[in-house]
Design a protein around this ligand. Structure first.
Ligand SMILES: NC(=O)c1ccc[n+]([C@@H]2O[C@H](COP(=O)([O-])OP(=O)(O)OC[C@H]3O[C@@H](n4cnc5c(N)ncnc54)[C@H](O)[C@@H]3O)[C@@H](O)[C@H]2O)c1
Length: 384
C-alpha cells in the first residue's frame, strides 16, 4: 500500500521515515516547497548518521530514502491507500485539506490525522465519507517514540480503526486505542506532571532543581518536569495545557499556570531560546538541587497520586483500557512504570488518602479523587 503524508514538518517527516522504513512507497506533500526541501535534507542527514553508527547499511538507508517521493501537488496522492495529515494545528485548515484529499483519493482510501488537540470527529466532519477518517497520533520524534494513539472519531468505521491498529504494529509501533476526547490518553493523563510540579514551585515548597531531582532520582522519571518543559518549549507545553483546560470546560484539574505563562510572555521558551526555568548555552550553570529536602518523598507522591488520579479517571470514563493507559505512559512519555501498576504498588487506600488530604487542605476541586479509586478502595480491589 502506498502511503501519503501531508505536511513535511517535524512530524510529517518522521512519519514518512517510519512508513518508508516499514517498506512502503511514500508520497510526502507540503504547501511550502522550502519545508519539503528541508525534510529531504534532514532525512539524508539522519540516514547518514545511522549508517555511520552502524545501525543501518548504506543500501538500506538508500532504499529508505528512495521510497520517499516529494510531491508538489495534493493530486499526486491519487493512488495512496492511506494518507496521514500532519499540518499546522488549525481546524479550519485541516478541514479544508481533508475536503481536498477526499476529492483526489480512491473511495476505499483511509484518511488519518496526527492532530494532538483537535477533535478527530470535527476534522472527519469535513468529509463525505467520515467513516474512513481516523486519528493516528504519533509522538515526537516519530521514528524513536514507539507509541501511536489510534483514535476513532464518532463517525469512524471500527473495522478501519482496527486496520490502522494492525498497520501500526506492522510498522513496529506500539498502538493503543483511545477515545476521541481532549488530549486522548497521554496529553490528558500527563497534565499533573507539569501542573502539580508548577503548583509546588509556586507555593514555594521546593525549587525547580529540587523538584526535578526528586522526580528523576526518587521517582525514576527520565527527566524532571522543569527540565522536560524547558525541552518541549514553554510555548508548546503551555498551549497544550490551555487547550486541554478549555476542552474540559475549564475543569480546575487542568488549570494552566501563571508561572509558565510569564515565561512564554518573556520569551523564555526553554532550551530553544537559551532560557526557560534554567539557562542554556555557554557559561550557564545548573542550579543545585537540595537532596536533603525533608519533604522529598511527600512531594514525589503528591505528583504521582495526581497522575494516578488522571489515569484512573481516564479508565473510569472509558478513554482507553487499563493496559493501554499504562502502555501509553510508558511508551509515549517514557514513564518508569504504568500509573495503574504504580497505584497498586502504593496501595489504592494510600492513593485515595493522599488525594483526600490534598482536597481537605486546599478545598479545591482540582484534588477530587476519581470515583473509580474510591470504589476500588471500598471493594478492596486492585488494578492488576
Ligand atoms: N511536534 C510535536 O511534538 C507533535 C506531536 C504529535 C502531534 N503533533 C501534531 O502534528 C501536526 C504537525 O506538527 P509539526 O510539529 O510537525 O508541525 P510543523 O510546523 O513542524 O510542520 C507543519 C508543516 O505543515 C505544512 N503545512 C501547513 N499548512 C499546510 C497545508 N494546508 N497543506 C500542506 N502543508 C501544510 C507547513 O508548511 C509545515 O511544513 C500538528 O497537528 C501537531 O499538533 C505534533
Amino acid at each position: 500500500m502506498k502511503i501519503g503524508v501531508v505536511g513535511s514538518g517535524a512530524m510529517g517527516s518522521g512519519i514518512a521515515q517510519v512508513a518508508s522504513t516499514a517498506g512502503h512507497e511514500v508520497l510526502i506533500y507540503d504547501n511550502n516547497p522550502d519545508a519539503l526541501e528541508r525534510s529531504r535534507a534532514q532525512l539524508a542527514k539522519i540516514m547518514a548518521r545511522l549508517v555511520e553508527k552502524g545501525r543501518l547499511t548504506a543500501e538500506v538507508a538508500q532504499a529508505i530514502q528512495g521510497r520517499i517521493t516529494y510531491i508538489d501537488s495534493i493530486f499526486q496522492f491519487r493512488d495512496a491507500g492511506l494518507v496521514i495529515e500532519a499540518i499546522v494545528e488549525r481546524l479550519d485548515i485541516k478541514k479544508a485539506v481533508f475536503e481536498q484529499l477526499e476529492d483526489c483519493l480512491a473511495d476505499n482510501a483511509i484518511l488519518a490525522t496526527n492532530t494532538s488537540s483537535l477533535a478527530v470527529s470535527a476534522i472527519a466532519s469535513a468529509c463525505q465519507h467520515p467513516e474512513r477518517v481516523v486519528g493516528l497520533h504519533f509522538f515526537n520524534p516519530a521514528p524513536l517514540m514507539a507509541l501511536v494513539e489510534v483514535v476513532p472519531a464518532v463517525q469512524t468505521d471500527p473495522a478501519i480503526a482496527q486496520k490502522c491498529f494492525e498497520l501500526m504494529k506492522a510498522w513496529n509501533k506500539v498502538p493503543v486505542m483511545a477515545k476521541d476526547t481532549p488530549g486522548f490518553i497521554v496529553n490528558r493523563v500527563a497534565r499533573p506532571f507539569y501542573g502539580e510540579a508548577l503548583r509546588i514551585l509556586e507555593e514555594g515548597l521546593a525549587d525547580a532543581a529540587t523538584i526535578d531531582w526528586i522526580m528523576k532520582e526518587l521517582g525514576g522519571f527520565r527527566m524532571g518536569p522543569f527540565t522536560l518543559m524547558d525541552y518541549i518549549g514553554h510555548d508548546v507545553n503551555y498551549k497544550v495545557t490551555e487547550t486541554v483546560f478549555a476542552a474540559f470546560y475549564y475543569d480546575p484539574r487542568y488549570k494552566p499556570s501563571f508561572t509558565q505563562q510569564r515565561l512564554v510572555d518573556a520569551g523564555y521558551l526553554g532550551r530553544k531560546s537559551g532560557r526557560g526555568f534554567y539557562q542554556y548555552g555557554e557559561g550557564s550553570t545548573t542550579p543545585e538541587a537540595n537532596q536533603d529536602h525533608p519533604q522529598a518523598q511527600q512531594l514525589l507522591h503528591r505528583i504521582v497520586v495526581m497522575l494516578i488520579n488522571e489515569a484512573a479517571d481516564a479508565l473510569y470514563l472509558n478513554v482507553a483500557t487499563r493496559d493501554d493507559i499504562d502502555l501509553a505512559m510508558t511508551k509515549g512519555v517514557n514513564y518508569p512504570k504504568g500509573l495503574l501498576v504504580w497505584a497498586d504498588e502504593l496501595g489504592i487506600p494510600y492513593v485515595v488518602e493522599q488525594l483526600d488530604a490534598l482536597h481537605r487542605e486546599y478545598l479545591e476541586d482540582r484534588y477530587r479523587c476519581s470515583p473509580l479509586l474510591r470504589k476500588m478502595m471500598r471493594d478492596g480491589k486492585t488494578f492488576y
